[in-house]
Design a protein around this ligand. Structure first.
Ligand SMILES: NC(=O)c1ccc[n+]([C@@H]2O[C@H](COP(=O)([O-])OP(=O)(O)OC[C@H]3O[C@@H](n4cnc5c(N)ncnc54)[C@H](O)[C@@H]3O)[C@@H](O)[C@H]2O)c1
Length: 305
């Protein structure tokens, strides 16, 4: 049995689906219920409740730790909650796993640990200089994950995810990714908003590929350095919108608003380490992923069920 903290979320649901496909049992630990279609066992519990966490992790082969607060802006207005769930919560998962003899934790970190890129593509040796409490909480949690491997001989791995997109991402959240926002605007016939001229770039990785990296990591040797998980391709936000309009068969007339202060202008992952260490090769082309996303009705988004 694999424990998936945050298994009710966007990436966690796909991780559980893939585990089921591989014939692996999964136990979700989450404060929110999973999508109705899940075949995993669901236990409503917080990663902040150490006593319960220990009982729930006992007997697991490994833990995929995704539970987190993910809103960058909220982390700025409320750094304490972010710190609690993302840092204390990760330490709880590690300590509980260690106490009950579960030796593998795979942790979902973020490209937010890098801050403003000083070189591209961003390899794992790129300096870390997060620009938000969210990024700082992820970096701090990463250090605990790697420390626990060194101190206690655990076989932990850190995956640094870039911009994950796909079905199931909450388009209603003001903090959801640009793909979900464009998709919801196009599906509702609203004008998509671009901040700046749309020349900023991101590495968009499909949720199926991102989730597959966790399954590969639990089967691979542990890594003492974090591993980037992206597509390895750089896409301009304006190009993304053009592709989405093409797929949706709609004219593209975005509303351009002023550039947001502090926005990162370029981002793309070097994924060569992921290829070497865990055999990760992203499969879903952006056009394909967008096509699949745009054919989904907005109401089929799982958190609305
Ligand atoms: N989506 C992305 O593009 C992206 C990029 C980089 C990193 N990540 C990381 O991947 C992980 C999953 O992200 P996601 O996009 O699926 O987010 P999500 O918000 O959909 O999922 C997070 C889940 O964690 C749960 N959770 C929150 N607090 C909890 C607590 N105290 N105890 C138990 N569960 C709790 C939430 O209920 C939610 O189901 C997160 O750790 C996030 O930081 C995501």
């Amino acid at each position: 049995m694999i424990v998936v903290t945050g298994g009710s979320g966007f990436i966690g649901s796909e991780v559980c689906r893939q585990l089921y496909e591989k014939g692996k049992e999964a136990r979700i630990i989450d404060i929110a219920p999973p999508p109705l279609a899940t075949r995993a066992e669901f236990v409503r519990a917080s990663v902040l409740d150490c006593a319960r966490l220990e009982r729930l992790i006992k007997g697991a082969e490994s833990v995929i730790h995704l539970a987190a607060l993910i809103d960058v802006q909220s982390s700025i207005s409320n750094p304490f909650s972010d710190f609690q769930v993302n840092v204390q919560g990760t330490l709880n998962v590690l300590e509980c796993a260690r106490r009950v003899g579960v030796s593998r934790v795979v942790f979902a970190s973020s490209a937010a640990v890098y801050g403003n890129p000083v070189h591209l593509p961003i390899s794992e040796s790129h300096p870390t200089a997060p620009l938000s409490p969210y990024g700082t909480s992820k970096l701090s949690a990463e250090h605990f994950v790697i420390l626990y491997s060194k101190l206690y001989g655990m076989n932990n791995t850190v995956l640094r995810l870039f911009n994950v997109y796909g079905q199931g991402q909450n388009p209603l959240s003001p903090y959801s990714g640009v793909v979900a926002k464009f998709a919801s605007a196009l599906q509702e016939g609203k004008q998509p908003i671009i901040y700046g001229d749309g020349g900023q770039t991101r590495d968009f990785v499909h949720v199926k590929d991102a989730a597959s990296a966790f399954l590969l990591a639990i089967e691979s040797e542990a890594s003492d350095t974090p591993i980037n998980i992206g597509s390895g391709k750089e896409t301009k936000v304006i190009e993304l919108l053009n592709k989405m309009c093409e797929v949706a068969g709609r004219p593209c007339t975005p509303q351009f608003l002023p550039q947001r202060k502090g926005e990162i202008m370029r981002s793309v992952a070097d994924i060569s380490l992921a290829k070497r260490k865990i055999g990760y090769y992203p499969k879903v082309r952006l056009e394909e992923g967008l096509k699949e996303l745009l054919k989904t009705k907005p109401t089929s988004f799982h958190q609305l069920l």
